[in-house]
Design a protein around this ligand. Structure first.
Ligand code: GUN
Length: 290
């Protein structure tokens, strides 16, 4: 029998914990955390993410400010806005939704964010702090994955872990967190040039799939009793549904699940944890300022 890791419930538990902290701040007459989010353009996934982020803020009692720009907004305008948010004492933390339009340098944008307000944990200072094990802002999806593993009491020490995908947002940072002291996994990062991938996956106790390739991980690749964390969220057309699409994970859930000890579903696994991790980082930023 396998256990389905319930990201929705875990995230709801954490939101309740955050809401209690916010209430305490409010009762003490302190300012409640305030998150700002910048969206450039109309990428459908980004628009949905943003709406959800605002909703999450409301639920826990944070203030939130959404700043929207048109697709063709010059980079200089965005950088100016970031500079003003950096200086704005009322804003505890902010994010710039990725991806950005091609004419804007993501790296320049990320590096212009004050590391103390970097709720996404994407600034090189925060990534550097994470690499050497110092406290800082940890990117939301990796933070959420580690929290799920901890809250479900899943053993990582000495376990063989494969991370599929080496993105700056998910694959690379989660590989670093899992190999740190305290997590103590033996981590392999696989990518498009990796050879003998099915064999490496088959040897792994923990599989983190963050490729964006629907159904990539098949039952035959997975060791009996493995832990499978599916980070994939590809939109697939689904005529007849309200939204017109469904989210597809990187794992062939139906056939892989019976082989697992633990597995995350898509949707309802990692996604809700990413959202709640942003709230945790925002609360952290607000507390740090005091
Ligand atoms: N795009 C996809 N995931 C994320 C995220 O966690 N933060 C931001 N800013 N953009 C994203």
């Amino acid at each position: 029998m396998y256990t389905i890791i319930d990201g929705r419930k875990t995230a709801a538990d954490i939101r309740k914990e955050i809401a209690e902290e916010v209430l305490k701040l409010r009762n003490e007459g302190k300012k409640v955390p305030h998150l700002a989010a910048i969206l450039v353009g109309n990428d459908p996934s980004s628009v949905t993410y943003m709406a959800n982020k605002v909703k999450d803020c409301e639920e826990v009692g944070f203030r939130s400010t959404l700043v929207k720009y048109k697709e063709d907004t010059p980079e200089a305008v965005l950088l100016e806005k970031i500079d003003s948010l950096n200086k704005d004492n009322d804003i505890d933390a902010f994010i710039v939704q990725l991806p950005l339009p091609d004419h804007i340098s993501e790296n320049r944008v990320i590096e212009s964010i004050d590391p103390n307000k970097d709720a996404d944990g994407f600034h090189p200072v925060n990534l550097g702090r994470m690499v050497i094990g110092l406290p800082g802002f940890v990117p939301a999806t990796p933070f959420g994955i580690v929290e799920l593993i901890k809250r479900y009491g899943i053993e990582t020490s000495g376990k063989k872990c494969i991370v599929l995908g080496r993105s700056n947002i998910v694959g690379r940072p989660v590989s670093i967190l899992l190999s740190q002291k305290g997590m103590d996994a033996t981590v392999t990062v696989a990518h498009s040039r990796t050879k003998n991938l099915p064999e490496i996956i088959k040897e792994s106790d923990i599989i983190i799939a963050a490729l964006g390739s629907p159904g990539f991980v098949k039952a035959g690749m997975v060791k009996e009793g493995a832990v499978v964390i599916d980070v994939g969220t590809t939109r697939i057309a689904a005529p007849g549904t309200k939204s017109g699409f469904r989210l597809a994970g990187d794992v062939d859930f139906e056939n892989v699940a019976p082989r697992c000890s633990y597995i995350t579903p898509v949707p309802g696994g990692v996604g809700p944890m990413t959202r709640v991790s942003l709230l945790r980082n925002t609360l952290r930023a607000a507390k740090m300022k005091r």
